[in-house]
Ligand binder design. Structure first.
Ligand SMILES: NC(=O)c1ccc[n+]([C@@H]2O[C@H](COP(=O)([O-])OP(=O)(O)OC[C@H]3O[C@@H](n4cnc5c(N)ncnc54)[C@H](OP(=O)(O)O)[C@@H]3O)[C@@H](O)[C@H]2O)c1
Length: 267
């Protein structure tokens, strides 16, 4: 089993645990007896989740309020976890956000910040923890990408590119770490019922057919089963597998204008 067994001084560090997929991954890991360290900016929400998990599963649930987009904040977070006497044996890089619109109309700071969070924080945390895991001969990293990674997305140019980076980085890292006892799994969710759609300005996923929009608990279950099995990648749900295949293999000259027409900006 690639997932190190639960232990009192071992923790699963989960970024973006204050809502959506991150909260649900924390629930699935705690249900299996793993201690968790919950990280996001909205500390009050993290405390509520930590209380819930501690009571329901008798696990050690720690809270650290931080923006992981910042290099110094990541270093301080790692130091704080050490001060609390914990070893990160599972790292879940989940925090992320998107935007929607023509690139030239979007807030440049928001686009740059997205790269810092969606890309730089993932490389940063892997940089902090991968070598420590290799030294211990075990550990698990879960990086959350998106089906947006499988092709460029007009009107979500930065977001799709950021997730494409996570895909390429994680799948290569899986091979770099082969034989060390450390595994990397990349998760490719499709549209999922969280705060993401409203936060990213895409409009509500309620407009989509309901079979295309996943429950975050189901996505998290697929992710945790994937890391337990040491899988390189997880695409949850047959509809997302089809979308991934279309994104990978359809000619871009046909695909990109068709995708563009799905957005209000492209009609
Ligand atoms: N929902 C979807 O349709 C979908 C599809 C594919 C991929 N994804 C990916 O899944 C991941 C989770 O998204 P979600 O759907 O669960 O969205 P969500 O409900 O909006 O959750 C995003 C999480 O990221 C945290 N976060 C944002 N900025 C942060 C920062 N600077 N530092 C630390 N935490 C930060 C948020 O917490 P605070 O605001 O409290 O900091 C929140 O906990 C993201 O990487 C997203 O790209 C989502």
């Amino acid at each position: 089993m690639p997932l190190p067994p639960p232990a009192p001084d071992s923790t699963c560090l989960i970024t973006g645990a204050s809502s959506g997929i991150g909260s649900e991954i924390a629930r699935h890991l705690a249900r299996r007896g793993h201690g968790v360290t919950l990280v996001a900016r909205r500390e009050e929400r993290l405390r509520e989740l930590a209380d819930e998990l501690g009571q329901a599963h008798a696990v050690r649930a720690e809270v650290v309020g931080a923006s992981v987009a910042d290099h110094d904040a990541r270093a301080e977070l790692a130091a704080e976890i050490e001060r609390r006497g914990l070893t990160v044996e599972t790292l879940v890089n989940n925090a992320g956000y998107g935007s929607a619109g023509r690139f030239q109309d979007l807030d440049p700071d928001g686009e740059e910040g997205m790269v810092r969070l969606n890309v730089e924080a993932v490389v940063g945390f892997c940089g902090i923890y991968a070598s420590r895991m290799v030294d211990r001969g075990r550990g698990v990293i879960l990086n959350v990408a998106s089906t947006a990674a499988f092709q460029p997305l007009p009107y979500q140019a930065t977001y799709a590119a950021s997730k494409s980076f996570i895909s390429s980085f994680s799948e290569a890292l899986y091979v770099d770490l082969a034989g060390t006892g450390v595994t990397v799994t990349v998760l490719y969710p499709g549209p999922t019922r969280t705060e993401f759609d409203e936060e990213s300005g895409m409009g509500s996923f309620d407009q989509l057919p309901s079979f295309l929009v996943d429950d975050p608990g189901d996505v998290a279950r697929a992710a945790v089963e994937g890391i337990e099995a040491g899988r390189r990648s997880v695409v949850p749900g047959a509809h997302n597998v089809i979308s991934a295949l279309g994104g990978r293999f359809a000619p871009r000259s046909v695909l990109l204008p068709a995708l563009g027409r799905l957005y209000p900006f492209g009609r």
